[in-house]
Write a protein that binds this ligand. Structure first.
Ligand code: GBH
Length: 463
């Protein structure tokens, strides 16, 4: 079957923002063109074993050469907003010095193509493609990278800020810091817990410095924000150990970022946990004021929510590393092709909690799912599982609004299948299928459903 039929989603207003999202390294290709310098992902992809299948972003979706057709595709989905990221190594090769006119020209054209079709551009300044030169100088664990980021942000905003009013500084600093510098699953592939936590502070500082520059600029953004990957942390049971484990997970995944951003202080329990692990955040005078520069909107990337236990399977509360146990317990729910459990109700819970604890308007800047798509004889993709995922999560957003959360928009991840980081091209998140042999794009059933849902919901809300 083709999955659930499109119907209006009750409770989403006529001005609710509907979009699709992508990121530069995942779709652009053309990594050596028009003066772009290498990023940490170009380097990381060449490390044997780092990326499934030894794949890389050299060609990806070849979006750099197919941009006008891709904008047509976006328009055909009926969305009002397109969230994309700028490649820092195109805008400012090497991560220092002047802007690169040839790199900037690509985004100039993209913005103009979008505006001509009435689509609002929503720019993310940093979606993980750090110029390799800056990594060689120490990367995010080094304080100077925060200042380099602010300079780059100003160059980008000077070039595009006359037409682009929606700016996100960072995408998912947790991923940059933890996957990049602690677990080594992402570029640059380093493995040092202390470095990862120093990276957290410098990412947040870079965000704050960039936010100040954008606020001070002539055409200040209408909506300035940051995007975090967020979920829920539910204790497995009532025990003190389980509750402490969930609180630790929430501290390391959510409060470590949102408390300084919104309240201007790091959470005391997290600071103590880091001290137990021998780590001090490199906070200098004034940093927390900078980091807590007021935000207009919080971008939320949601994929799943977790249950935590504070004991091992054998009942021990301390692991081999001598640290308290923080163990994810499966819920036994269906999973996507990434292995992530599908728990839409946790999106409602998350949004209501964010409203209560942080009080910012939110936008879902990413939500979506990889499934093992098959292509029918006529080329169609009947991805009923993906459609159901979107339907359930969009309803979860409406439920959060009904419960008082100020959620203003929803961006599907992703416009099209793309380079899924360490998983290569095997994991497909697109509303649109990409045939990587021919670069042919085909709107999947989920994409048609999304288009119809937006149209019906807008029409119903307009009355
Ligand atoms: C996003 O990251 C990225 O912004 C985007 O570029 C990417 O393509 C997309 O998601 C899909 O991966 O194994 O159950 O503990 C998402 C990052 C998703 C981080 C879920 C942690 C926990 C899953 N994350 N996740 S689990």
């Amino acid at each position: 079957g083709t999955g659930p039929a499109a119907e209006p989603v009750a409770g989403l207003p006529a001005d609710f923002r509907w979009g699709v999202a992508t990121s530069s390294y995942q779709i652009e290709g053309a990594t050596g063109e028009d003066g772009r310098s290498p990023s940490i992902w170009d380097t990381f992809c060449r490390v044997p074993g780092a990326v499934a299948g030894g794949e890389n972003g050299d060609t990806a979706c070849d979006h750099y050469h197919r941009m006008p057709q891709d904008v047509e595709l976006i328009a055909s989905l009926g969305v009002d907003t397109y969230r994309f990221s700028l490649a820092w190594p195109r805008i400012q090769p090497g991560g220092s010095g002047k802007g690169n006119p040839r790199g900037i020209a690509f985004y100039d054209r993209l913005v103009d193509e979008l505006l001509e079709r009435g689509i609002t551009p929503w720019i993310t300044l940093y979606h993980w493609d750090l110029p390799q030169e800056l990594e060689d100088a120490g990367g995010w664990p080094a304080r100077d990278t925060a200042h380099r980021f602010a300079d780059y942000a100003e160059i980008a905003h000077d070039a595009l800020g006359d037409r682009v009013r929606h700016w996100t500084t960072l995408n998912e600093p947790w991923c940059s810091a933890v996957l990049g510098y602690d677990t080594g699953e992402h570029a640059p592939g380093r493995r040092d817990f202390g470095d990862s936590m120093r990276a957290v502070h410098h990412l947040l500082l870079g965000h704050g410095l960039a936010a100040q520059r954008l606020r001070a600029a002539g055409s200040a953004p209408e909506e300035l924000g940051i995007t975090l990957n967020l979920g829920t942390a539910t204790p497995a049971g009532d025990s003190e150990a389980d509750r402490a484990a969930a609180r630790r997970a929430d501290g390391m995944g959510t409060r470590l970022y949102l408390d300084p951003l919104v309240h201007g202080r790091y959470p005391q329990d997290v600071v103590e946990h880091l001290a137990e692990r021998g780590v001090t955040l490199p906070v200098e005078d004034g940093d927390l004021e900078t980091i807590s520069t007021p935000l207009d909107v919080l971008g939320v990337n949601y994929y799943t929510g977790h249950v935590f236990s504070g004991t091992t399977e054998d009942g021990a509360t301390t692991g081999e590393d001598g640290l308290p146990v923080t163990r994810v317990v499966p819920r036994g729910r269906p999973r996507t092709a990434m292995g992530w459990e599908i728990v839409p109700e946790c999106l409602t819970e998350l949004l209501v909690r964010l409203q209560k604890d942080y009080g910012l308007p939110t936008v879902i800047t990413e939500n979506g799912a990889a499934f093992d798509d098959t292509v029918a004889g006529d080329g169609a993709v009947h991805d009923a599982d993906r459609t159901a995922y979107f339907a359930d999560h969009i309803r979860a957003v409406a439920a959060a609004r009904a419960a008082g959360a100020d959620v203003r928009g929803y961006f599907a991840w992703s416009l099209m299948d793309n380079f899924e980081w360490a998983y290569g091209y095997d994991k497909r998140f697109g509303l649109v299928r990409v045939d990587y042999d021919t670069q042919r794009r085909t709107v999947k059933d989920s994409g048609l459903w999304y288009r119809d849902t937006i149209r019906l919901t807008r029409r119903a809300a307009a009355g």
